[in-house]
Design a protein around this ligand. Sequence first.
Ligand SMILES: Cc1cc2nc3c(=O)[nH]c(=O)nc-3n(C[C@H](O)[C@H](O)[C@H](O)COP(=O)(O)OP(=O)(O)OC[C@H]3O[C@@H](n4cnc5c(N)ncnc54)[C@H](O)[C@@H]3O)c2cc1C
Ligand SMILES: NC(=O)C1=CN([C@@H]2O[C@H](COP(=O)(O)OP(=O)(O)OC[C@H]3O[C@@H](n4cnc5c(N)ncnc54)[C@H](OP(=O)(O)O)[C@@H]3O)[C@@H](O)[C@H]2O)C=CC1
Ligand SMILES: O=C(O)C(=O)Cc1c[nH]c2ccccc12
Length: 437
Amino acid sequence: MMHYSTDHLPMPTMIQNLDHENFFPGRCILINGPVIVGAGPSGLAVGAGLKQQGVPFVILERANCIAPLWQNHTYDRLKLHLPKQFCQLPYFPFPDNFPEYPTKYQFLDYLESYARNFDINPQFNENVQSATYDETCGLWRVKTIGSTDNGFSRGEVEYICRWLVVATGENAEKVVPEFEGLEEFGGQVMHVCDYKSGETYRGKSVLVVGCGNSGMEVSLDLCHHNAIPSMVVRSSVHVLPREILGKSTFDIAVSMMKLFPLWVVDKILLAVARVVLGNIEKYGLKRPSKGPLQLKNTEGKTPVLDIGALQKIRSGEIKVVPGIKRFSPGRVELVNGENLEINSVILATGYCSNVPSWLKENDFFCRNGIPKFSFPNGWKGKAGLYAVGFTRRGLSGASLDAIKIANDIGRIWKEETKHKQHSVTVGGCHRRCKSHC
Ligand SMILES: Cc1cc2nc3c(=O)[nH]c(=O)nc-3n(C[C@H](O)[C@H](O)[C@H](O)COP(=O)(O)OP(=O)(O)OC[C@H]3O[C@@H](n4cnc5c(N)ncnc54)[C@H](O)[C@@H]3O)c2cc1C
Ligand SMILES: NC(=O)C1=CN([C@@H]2O[C@H](COP(=O)(O)OP(=O)(O)OC[C@H]3O[C@@H](n4cnc5c(N)ncnc54)[C@H](OP(=O)(O)O)[C@@H]3O)[C@@H](O)[C@H]2O)C=CC1
Ligand SMILES: O=C(O)C(=O)Cc1c[nH]c2ccccc12
């Protein structure tokens, strides 16, 4: 049993307000405080802010660990591609000995100590199936299917709460496009979220579909393992050097954004990229018509911060190819008519939010599972609904959301519980924020 100590009593009386039509047959738990869905960096950061203010909460996580995206769905050599000061979570800095670009293992160690430091204990193996606002009682009803570590069902549970914090991320599900003939291809096909290293691809021809940061970095990793990657660039891509004269391009862009409008910063970035990288269009890497930051802001498409793939493209070790027409046994036909013999396919075709599949709400989130209002207005909805980590600003954007959300809930919590202070501390005992019904 999780233990959430709090000085505030649960509110069992509210349960009586739930109407009978919405009667739930499974276990039903009233949460005295917010329910946070997702124990990635965003959910942990909100949890830390709430802990600091003494607000009890529950984090529901479908996986059996914190930050499963980082633990289970990233490749071995991954490093953060933004400098460390843009990737640390609120109230708890990275250790001083971390390098400028921490490895994923260092980042994971940090997240573990973050959770430990704030005594955050998510409820693991709780997959949220639906969340509905019940207007009759003014509470959120969050239904989960629980499982054991071996995958056996533990049945359904309904959590009832006043505040719901959506922290399921922009990368909750892999995007797997359909391709003609892929079922006849016969070789190994995997999404990049399951790729660990190029070790098993030595000497093999691998088609990497997609040229975002994943496609580029996996192609580079394949080169390091003497595999032969061909990378599909079906439309366009912005590649920027990760550093300019030893200083982080991202850091430079952030500084420039304080002085100039976005389009000016984009023009400067592109001019500098042209000097540092040369004309990349001659390698098949057409640049989008929108600038890199404008594209990130409007469409969420992250520019590639090059860590070495471009050099391999120049040398021909990574072959850039156009879009896919169809697959056939052991081969792929491209839109330019070229036909390649390949052993495996790695789909670096991106990720998407899963919010529309479970959150029953039409006002705050768009159909693509991202809040309708962009930064800085997309963190708070109506009726106690919040969203963290959906501003297309990476970990630093998530941290900003988390601070605002924790402070907002903390403020309301303090106001509303002020008058109860005397009655709840009777006996000075700690109480759990959960009550069962
Ligand atoms: C490979 C990769 C590298 C990246 N590198 C950087 C970087 O260097 N710097 C940077 O700033 N950003 C980076 N990002 C962006 C990335 O989005 C963030 O780093 C970060 O993981 C976002 O945190 P999050 O908590 O919002 O989402 P996530 O880490 O995805 O966490 C969301 C959590 O919600 C859980 N969940 C989802 N649906 C449900 C459900 N229905 N019920 C219960 N739980 C659910 C998931 O299991 C997951 O644990 C990178 C992304 C990827 C994919
Ligand atoms: N070191 C790091 O910190 C890393 C960070 N990341 C981050 O993770 C996030 C996800 O990145 P990533 O996984 O690269 O996903 P992206 O969404 O950035 O890229 C997806 C790519 O797949 C292509 N694609 C999609 N469908 C098809 C199709 N049917 N045929 C051909 N190509 C297709 C897209 O092309 P099109 O543009 O034409 O749609 C695009 O090039 C990003 O925010 C990224 O920055 C990822 C890896 C490493
Ligand atoms: O790494 C990512 O995917 C991020 O979302 C971090 C990020 C936010 N804004 C950017 C602009 C350029 C490159 C990376 C990012």
